[in-house]
Write a protein that binds this ligand. Structure first.
Ligand SMILES: C[S@@+](CC[C@H](N)C(=O)[O-])C[C@H]1O[C@@H](n2cnc3c(N)ncnc32)[C@H](O)[C@@H]1O
Length: 213
């Protein structure tokens, strides 16, 4: 635990710092939400920003907005012609999210959809160049089934928490719904001949997927 905290602090001390918009959102998230550790934070946020800056996706889909931190990072990376659809099931977060997008001057670039991604995704009419999956781990297989057809061939999907604290590769993996679903998701990706993928051992594990056809 101590080693994890030291590691996290070292990483943040050697990553570009948050600007005032993200620092303020980070602080407000810790003051006003029950589970602030869900926020991606400075290093993952910078990684998402840089990845989007490399890929320059025009259309991004995010599953799991939380307070809007990662949506802001991705939109910033792919400016100026980017559109982000981000989906959040918890309607109590709506005010915080909209305030964050306004504070970042990104209202014209990000559409917030309040509702369950499993119900909303079929009604989103766009094809996406980049999809970030960061919702409820128990629904990861459903997100994959619903989101992959919306990714353009050659486009990328990134899914967070695919190592699930190491539970997915434990010699006797715990038999709970979260772990089972993340294991199913990883297996579905690895066995899908229509994608290329790499599991990146960053933080809690990131699955980077490229749709081949
Ligand atoms: C880990 S947090 C997302 C963190 C955010 N992407 C960030 O980096 O700051 C997961 C979020 O997904 C939301 N969520 C869970 N299940 C969902 C679903 N089926 N559809 C949409 N959002 C969902 C939760 O309410 C929570 O806010």
């Amino acid at each position: 635990m101590r080693a994890d905290i030291d590691r996290e602090r070292y990483i943040e001390e050697h990553t570009s710092p948050e600007d005032t918009v993200l620092r303020d959102l980070h602080r407000r998230t810790y003051l006003s939400t029950c589970n602030p550790r869900m926020l991606s934070g400075p290093s993952q946020g910078k990684f998402l920003e840089m990845l989007c800056n490399m890929l320059m996706p025009r259309n991004i889909l995010e599953i799991g907005t939380f307070t809007g931190y990662s949506a802001i990072c991705m939109a910033r990376g792919a400016m100026p012609h980017v559109h982000v659809d981000t989906v959040e099931v918890n309607d109590e977060l709506e005010g915080t999210i909209r305030q964050a997008f306004a504070h970042a001057n990104l209202e014209g670039h990000i559409d917030l959809h309040i509702g369950d991604a499993r119900e909303l995704l079929p009604s989103l009419g766009r094809t996406y160049d980049f999809i970030y999956v960061d919702g409820d781990k128990r629904h990861y297989p459903d997100y994959l089934r619903l989101a992959l057809p919306k990714l353009r061939p050659g486009g990328y999907m990134l899914a967070d928490n695919v190592l699930w604290g190491g539970k997915v590769y434990a010699p006797e993996a715990p038999d709970d719904a979260h772990t089972r679903a993340v294991m199913d998701f990883n297996r579905m990706v690895a066995n899908n001949p229509d994608v290329d993928n790499v599991l990146i051992p960053s933080r809690d594990g990131l699955m980077l997927i490229r749709k081949l056809r």
